[in-house]
Design a binder for this molecule. Sequence first.
Ligand code: GH3
Ligand code: MG
Ligand code: MG
Ligand code: MG
Length: 311
Amino acid sequence: FFRGLDPGQLIEKIETYSYANPIEPYRVLVIDDSRAQAKFMENVLKKAGMHSRVLTDPMEVVEALEDFSPEIIILDMYMPSCNGTEIAKVIRQQDHFHGAPIIYLSAEDDTSKQLHAMSLGGDDFLTKPIDPKHLVATLHNRGRRARSLLALMVRDNLTGLYNHTHTLHLLDTEISRAKQNGSALSYAMLDLDCFKKINDTYGHSIGDRVLRSLSLHLKQRLRKSDHVGRYGGEEFAIILPDTGLEGARTVMDEIREKFSELRQPAAGTDFTVTFSCGLAEWQGESAKELCERADNSLCSAKEGGRNQVMT
Ligand code: GH3
Ligand code: MG
Ligand code: MG
Ligand code: MG
């Protein structure tokens, strides 16, 4: 998908993705033990049109990373229970937040202490009293860059869909959201049928084109709130929030049928391709167990003769 683009075109491409969408407000996590300071920050961010989550207890950070999924983190340097650098370390240990921008807040004006904090994983250091304009400008700069990087990190190169790692991250996020809201969640695993034969008959680059054709087909027919990932070579994963088993089955079966009718062009001819699909509705289990159930259903769909959706 990104192949053969020069850096300028690449940035343009990236900015067409939601992760680099400047209209989507930045999600900012603020961790500050002082309620007054936290409230002040909350107001500044609100006025700047950003989404914020404020924690006065740093122990809640891991949970907040999971269910708020912040893009930027603002950390008070000195808190009674622990200091900002310790929290930064916890954040950096989470795969998805390894490169997330961290901005320290402190009354500290000792340069060597600031440098030490930054050497431990901070990106900026703002001194209290905070100048709102300075803060907002810093957030915009850091946010924009973080989105560009993430857009590259989370995408699969051939299809532009989410890659394996990010698909699993999204599944974790959607599971905790479903837990919190008591909402339904379904998960689908797709695998192209007899794809080896397609490659053998028409060549690998036509095979690649089929993968892109299915990706586009899925993106066009699913809702914006659904997530589509390339799970492996010719395997795809779909996360359907707020969707029960029957709803998911109807959607996936329609997609399956329409895709099986699509003519795939090849030199001087065309052909059709089908996929099999395994579906599972989340029942309170872990992401791993949910994947296993969908995978088992996928195996049944293959054994049952392919080109079908099984639950
Ligand atoms: P089944 O219906 O049982 O899934 O049969 P299959 O032939 O699809 O399954 P198999 O796992 O034997 O083969 C998968 C094929 O997918 C083999 C591999 O070359 C091809 N494949 C995987 N990744 C890519 C890719 O990025 N591009 C192309 N063109 N082919 C790929
Ligand atoms: Mg403090
Ligand atoms: Mg396969
Ligand atoms: Mg296959």
